[in-house]
Design a protein around this ligand. Structure first.
Ligand SMILES: Cc1cc2nc3c(=O)[nH]c(=O)nc-3n(C[C@H](O)[C@H](O)[C@H](O)COP(=O)(O)OP(=O)(O)OC[C@H]3O[C@@H](n4cnc5c(N)ncnc54)[C@H](O)[C@@H]3O)c2cc1C
Length: 384
């Protein structure tokens, strides 16, 4: 096991300060409304474009800023602290581009990555199906070769940004007999015939549309296959390893938003003639919330630094640990934040109930926390 220490640079600290102000001024004011109306946060996304935030996760050779992954985590944290749906709008296009970055041809990289970097287009990642979530290899979507094209038929479920995205990275079976080894990966443009069948009415993350993407004999040029035929499962898992730590960052940011709000409320709210912040029982709760989230943050940064440099092959385990620990922490912390606000915490007039609802999905998507524990134990046992 590596024992590499971790500390933020001055540049990263400055970046957080700048983003905190930006998020409070430009993103926070829209958050309650996009949650209430379940609409994509266009105004916030446009503000992120002006700040060039979509560029952060794209390599500079393809029009991006090529930021390290700890810096990307800071961005995700700060956005999530005020509006988790907006953070997801940036994260999802990055997720869609990771397969291209690592497995795509030069042509595919040049065709899509610069446009994602400037926020001109957005991307979705289409892995899950109605009957194939944790069990990815059970997917039924088919890709059949037809000359220089593939014909894709099937339905992808739970797709973040469905309808908003211009480009969909779709996993489909080219060899149904081969199980996980028969999956391939394709880039599919919206205009080629994708259909959005329905959108989910969700508990949280309501500003981020989640929908069913239907492919009904959609013709995709073979040049838009990512990697080799049969490499899809490997590409999907390799991609999630590189994305999960930033879901951990999302959870840390949501939790931080709830902690900060609850702490300032405790100073203002009076009971029995004094601020409730004077009550030791509540101070202990706040201390535990802050400590747990700080521990989650350290694990997330550790995992993020491994995306950039992983000499000992530890990313899979640390990424799963970071995602599971940070999201479990966010869930516990946001429940406690509601408690600290008493009855007011239970209403939509205050943001902590939104933080609670948004936190829940971080325990579910990009692999449930049960699946993360399967991964952690498997990886840990390998090293014993
Ligand atoms: C808001 C939202 C957005 C999403 N966005 C996307 C997206 O953009 N792209 C995409 O491809 N998918 C997306 N997903 C899908 C998400 O990744 C899946 O929901 C998730 O992987 C779980 O799959 P499932 O829902 O089919 O649950 P199931 O796999 O049916 O799991 C049901 C229960 O069984 C448990 N379980 C399953 N297998 C095991 C096991 N081996 N050991 C222990 N427990 C197990 C699970 O932990 C869970 O508690 C999204 C989901 C949501 C809710």
């Amino acid at each position: 096991m590596s024992t590499q220490p971790f500390a933020l640079s001055d540049v990263q600290r400055d970046f957080r300060r700048t983003l905190r102000t930006f998020c409070e001024e430009k993103i926070a004011p829209n958050a309650a409304e996009v949650d209430r109306d379940a609409v994509f946060p266009w105004q916030s996304f446009e503000a992120c474009k002006e700040m060039e935030l979509p560029a952060l996760g794209i390599p500079d050779a393809y029009g991006g800023a090529g930021a390290d992954h700890v810096t990307q985590a800071i961005m995700v944290e700060e956005l999530s602290r005020v509006c988790a749906s907006t953070s997801l709008s940036i994260l999802i296009s990055k997720l869609g581009m990771i397969p291209l970055m690592n497995w795509g041809t030069e042509e595919l990289k040049k065709e899509y990555m610069p446009r994602v970097a400037i926020g001109e287009i957005q991307a979705s990642y289409c892995l899950s199906e109605a009957d194939a979530g944790s069990d990815v290899a059970a997917m039924r979507t088919r890709a059949v070769r037809d000359g220089d094209d593939y014909i894709l038929t099937g339905s992808k479920y739970w797709i973040t940004n469905a309808g908003v995205s211009d480009v969909y990275v779709v996993f489909a079976k080219t060899d149904p007999e081969a199980g996980g080894r028969g999956i391939s990966c394709f880039v599919v443009e919206k205009e080629w015939g994708l259909r959005i069948a329905k959108h989910e009415d969700k508990l949280g993350m309501r500003g981020s549309p989640t929908g069913e993407v239907v492919l009904d004999e959609v013709r995709v040029p073979a040049s838009h296959r990512v990697g080799e035929e049969g490499q899809g499962f490997t590409i999907a898992m390799h991609t999630l390893d590189r994305s999960r730590p930033t879901i951990g960052a999302q959870a840390v940011g949501i939790a931080q938003g709830a902690i900060d709000y609850a702490a300032s409320y405790m100073k203002q709210r009076h009971a029995f003639g004094a601020p409730i912040a004077d009550l030791q029982g509540l101070r202990f709760m706040l201390a535990d919330m802050a400590t747990r989230n700080e521990a989650a943050r350290a694990l997330v940064y550790r995992a993020c630094s491994l995306i950039d440099d992983d000499p000992a092959g530890e990313l899979t385990m640390y990424g799963a640990m970071a995602k599971a620990f940070a999201s479990d922490t966010a869930m516990a912390v946001t429940v406690d934040a509601v408690q600290l606000l008493g009855g007011y915490g239970y209403t939509k007039e205050f943001p902590v109930e939104r933080h609670l609802r948004d936190a829940k999905v971080t325990q579910i998507y990009e692999g449930t926390n049960q699946v993360q524990r399967v991964v952690i134990a498997r990886e840990f046992l390998k090293g014993v």
